[in-house]
Design a protein around this ligand. Structure first.
Ligand SMILES: [Zn+2]
Length: 234
């Protein structure tokens, strides 16, 4: 069952170590079959070099119950599930503790869009998501993390398809996309933008965000109905 999706999720997880985003096993990618309502995710604590397609865990989107797989799913599974439940455009989710994006998360600062590299991937600032209350942590830390991410997007009136990532205060980034590999790409892009933003502020603490007309130009030429970047295979 779900062989193609498992292959894609496996490939995305195997790319994590080479991407430079993860240390030890601190990262996970999932993929969703929205028609069947099933999520495929990395098992918890299995080193990437030993990960096989049959180790992946299949969870029911609605109930969160394990449908397939003998290993425990990633401990972040409930966060992934809440992102899929709330964001219809997401069919892949990636979570890492990549150093630069995590530094912004720990500083509790949204990541400004300082340049066109950022604008090519994300339509503006990457929001910061609040920390959880003691009650929320007790009630279900990972699920509440997902709900807080969703709350952040509602509160800021952000389109999760146009801003496919978030920084959780005190924790690290989550990104998503239309499939597992695009969610991974967005984590790689986010890390690069986060690192360049640190350098930008080191060189000029008063650096201003990219003006709106350039943000519009760079984002909209690659995304949306008027996109013209690349070879037309969107
Ligand atoms: Zn984490």
């Amino acid at each position: 069952m779900l062989d193609d999706l498992k292959q894609q999720v496996l490939e995305a997880n195997l790319r994590l170590p080479a991407s430079g985003l993860v240390t030890l096993t601190w990262g996970n990618v999932s993929g969703l079959d929205r028609d069947r309502g099933l999520m495929v995710i990395k098992p918890s604590g299995v080193p990437y070099d030993r990960l096989r397609a049959e180790d992946l865990v299949v969870l029911d989107l609605e109930s969160g119950r394990r449908i397939e797989g003998s290993l425990n799913p990633s401990s972040d599974s409930d966060t992934h599930l809440e992102i899929y439940r709330a964001f219809p455009s997401a069919a892949g989710v990636c979570h890492t503790h990549s150093p630069a994006a995590t530094a912004w998360s720990q500083a509790g600062r949204p990541l400004p869009c300082f340049g066109t590299t950022h604008a090519d991937h994300f339509y503006g600032e990457i929001p910061i998501c609040r920390t959880l209350t003691p009650e929320e942590v007790t009630a279900g830390y990972e699920r509440m993390t997902g709900l807080a991410i969703v709350e952040t997007f509602h509160h800021l009136h952000l389109n999760p398809a146009a801003v496919p990532g978030v920084l959780q205060h005190g924790h690290a980034p989550f990104t998503w996309g239309p499939h597992a590999l695009s969610a991974l790409d967005n984590s790689i892009a986010l890390e690069m933008c986060a690192r360049m933003a640190l350098d930008t502020l080191a060189l000029n603490p008063d650096a201003a965000p990219l003006p709106q007309h350039l943000l519009d130009k760079h984002y909209l030429r690659k995304h949306g109905p008027s996109a013209y970047y690349g070879q037309g295979h969107h």
